[in-house]
Design a protein around this ligand. Structure first.
Ligand code: KIV
Ligand code: ZN
Length: 386
């Protein structure tokens, strides 16, 4: 794989599914996994197999049907978790075990009541044990965002020594600034002995709204995998949104970083996940929100009708949206009204448009958004048509 290829590790079915109230059944998970495979993700994190018999069953079912992507199961640095994950992944064409442990002082002291050396030892043993089942082992240093870099580098070295192929550097609490997260990746790239044997992975949470920016800074600084979810769903404020990082890289080709994602499937996949989980995507959500390609102010509408690129940096077809929407409201101008009228069959002269426009404004002041039926009514009841 070329050095500018960014692997997309989708964790919609694991970190994403941790959102309260949006549990999926096994059949729904299989349908989403099939779609992710077609979308072109490199890795599907299918679940946390030891967590429940249902999760085990889902990971097993997904392992059987996925054709291209690597199927991955999460574990703690606990032997039984790893054994169960390996069992659930047995039928996968390519399987990965994702094991790890918390490495920040807070996690070591309060969660594990342990010390730094003992954590390194556990990390090493977990990877070594996972390696006895599968070739591809990813190690996560939970709360790496708040772990001091020197210690983090030592943990990473131990994981590589034990055979880790991927080192996940999670900003578990979404705390880092992009510059800080980028510097962390750069530090690890430059200071971890044996780093050439593994790739670094970005796993960022969105507590401060920085997950996408942090992941992008991470890959600019040398990471080669991004962990993300469709629509950015996930614990608390969510994870990095897959559609956002993929489109950032596509729209900035000078970064020379590519993914394997078929971007024209992004909108449909977003709809599938949102409907299956019952989580509605906010209208102003980047890339896949209902308003992402909708223009409602007169100045913007006039520009977009003349040339789409005046106010759009993405061609909607590139993400699977049929076309930009010119939304008629009381803020719309004559150009937008003429455009929408033409779409429903009326070629208005300048004089006719003036007359219809004043009728339109009084209508639009009473109704939030004007639809095609309203346009017919507005035109037919204008003086020009009397
Ligand atoms: O956010 C996190 O640290 C995680 C790990 C378990 C990978 O989701
Ligand atoms: Zn996470």
């Amino acid at each position: 794989m070329s050095n500018n290829r960014i692997q997309i590790f989708d964790t919609t079915l694991r970190d994403g599914e941790q959102v309260p109230g949006c549990k999926l059944n096994s059949e729904q998970k299989v349908i989403i996994a099939e779609r992710l495979d077609l979308l072109g993700v490199d890795v599907i994190e299918a679940g946390f197999p030891v967590s429940s018999p249902g999760d085990f069953k889902s990971v097993e079912a997904i392992s059987k049907i996925v054709k291209n992507a690597t199927v991955c199961g999460l574990t703690r640095a606990v032997e039984n978790d790893i054994k169960v994950a390996a069992e659930s992944l047995r039928k996968a064409k390519t399987a990965r075990i994702h094991t790890g442990i918390g490495t920040s002082d807070l996690h070591i002291k309060h969660k594990f009541k342990s010390n730094k050396e003992a954590i390194i030892e556990r990390a090493f043993k977990a990877v070594q044990y996972a390696k006895s089942f599968v070739e591809d082992v990813e190690f996560y240093a939970e709360d790496a965002g708040r772990t001091d870099n020197e210690y983090l580098a030592r943990v990473c070295e131990a994981a590589i020594k034990a055979g880790a192929t991927v080192l996940n550097i999670p900003d578990t609490t979404g705390y880092c600034l992009p510059s800080e997260y980028g510097a962390k990746i750069k530090y690890l790239k430059e200071n971890v002995k044996g780093i050439e044997k593994a790739i670094l992975s970005c796993h960022c949470h969105n507590d401060l709204g920085l997950a996408t920016a942090n992941s992008i800074e991470g890959v600019i600084s040398g990471a080669r995998q991004i962990e993300c979810t469709i629509n950015g769903i996930g614990e608390r404020a969510g994870n990095t949104a897959l559609e956002e990082v993929v489109m950032v890289l596509k729209q900035h080709p000078y970064l020379n970083l590519e993914t394997n994602i078929n971007t024209s499937m992004l909108y449909g996949t977003s709809q599938l996940v949102s409907e299956s989980m019952g989580i509605y995507t906010q209208p102003n959500k980047a890339i896949v929100g209902a308003n992402a390609f909708a223009h409602s102010s007169g100045i913007h509408q006039d520009g977009v009708i003349k040339n789409r690129e005046t106010y759009e940096i993405i061609n909607p077809a590139d993400v699977g949206v049929t076309e930009s929407a010119i939304v008629l409201t009381a803020r719309s101008g004559r150009a937008a009204l003429a455009y929408r009228a033409k779409n429903v069959g009326y070629e208005l002269t300048k004089l006719q448009l003036d007359d219809v426009y004043s009728n339109f404004l009084s209508f639009a002041d009473r109704k939030k958004e004007i639809n095609d039926n309203d346009i017919h009514q507005i035109i037919e009841t204008s003086n020009v048509y009397q």
